[in-house]
Design a protein around this ligand. Structure first.
Ligand code: NAD
Length: 252
């Protein structure tokens, strides 16, 4: 009798920002496919059941070092890093002061270097090492009132390619997902602040060629595809899950 092992059997994964939205959907899907998963989050109480929740601020170098060490100890190693924690920033280029620029770059960009660096010794031990970063459509199309946020996500895309080049000969794959506007608590918070939340939601949906927001589970599918131990030749890719927003020009 032949048995098919689960896709992620034996794989140990860490997911930053895995207690909400896209990260939580990814943690759940990795678990469902057989991985052991640690969630590193500022608010780890929201981590999905059966994950290992670890309190971590990805903007703290000692905090990340301790959290990654704890994850590796409790999981028995690390094969997959999903760099997903992130924060928003609104406004044109003159809207944010130096402290806000430093904070957004730290949480959205430097954290990717920080978490991956802490996990690197473990990735080097793994025969199925993969890093998946979370960029955004804001890195590839000009969106209004998103100057700082777009700059951070463009940096994540560039960093993904550079890391992929550095480690391709070591067998550590590095890719990024590029989500369109996704139906997460993040967007719910933005809509709640709008003068007319229903009209704002309708405008965001209309901006998507497929006419709706992207579901977090759809981004989780892409995180898992890029992290999969069955996927050994995909590296240096920026995979859009955007309902066609970056590449399509449609008429309704
Ligand atoms: P979310 O707000 O629902 O979840 C973000 C999670 O990150 C939360 O659990 C939060 O506690 C955690 N977090 C924030 N700052 C942190 C820090 N300093 N240290 C550790 N954890 C921290 O957001 P989401 O919509 O699921 O977004 C997840 C990622 O996807 C972000 O990187 C975001 O930029 C990206 N993204 C989101 C969208 C969207 O429309 N929602 C689109 C493109 C890209």
């Amino acid at each position: 009798m032949t048995t098919t092992a689960p896709e992620f059997a034996g794989i140990r994964a860490i997911v930053t920002g895995g207690a909400s939205g896209i990260g939580a959907a990814t943690a759940r899907e990795l678990l469902a496919r057989g991985a052991a998963v640690a969630v590193l989050d500022l608010a780890p109480d929201g981590a999905p059941e059966r994950t290992v929740p670890i309190a971590c601020d990805v903007s703290s170098t000692p905090g990340v070092a301790a959290a990654v060490a704890e994850a590796a100890a409790r999981l028995g190693g690390i094969d997959v890093v999903i760099n997903n924690a992130g924060i928003g920033a609104q406004g044109q280029v003159d809207a944010n002061d130096d402290a806000e620029w430093a904070r957004a770059l730290d949480v959205n960009v430097t954290s990717v270097a920080r978490v991956t660096t802490a996990a690197l010794p473990h990735l080097r031990e793994s025969p199925s090492a993969a890093v998946v970063n979370t960029s955004s459509i804001a890195a590839q199309v000009g969106l209004p009132e998103r100057a700082l946020y777009s700059a951070t996500k463009g940096a994540v895309a560039a960093l993904t390619l550079a890391m992929a080049a550095d480690w391709v000969h070591e067998g550590i794959r590095v890719n990024a997902v590029v989500p369109g506007t996704a139906n997460t608590p993040w967007i719910a918070r933005l809509l709640a602040k709008a003068e007319d939340p229903d009209a704002e939601r309708a405008a965001l949906e209309a901006r998507q060629p497929h006419g709706r927001l992207v579901e977090p589970e759809e981004v989780a599918e892409a995180h898992c595809y890029l992290a999969s131990p069955r996927n050994r030749s995909t590296t240096g890719q920026l995979l859009a899950i955007d309902g066609g927003m970056i590449t399509l020009r449609t008429r309704r």
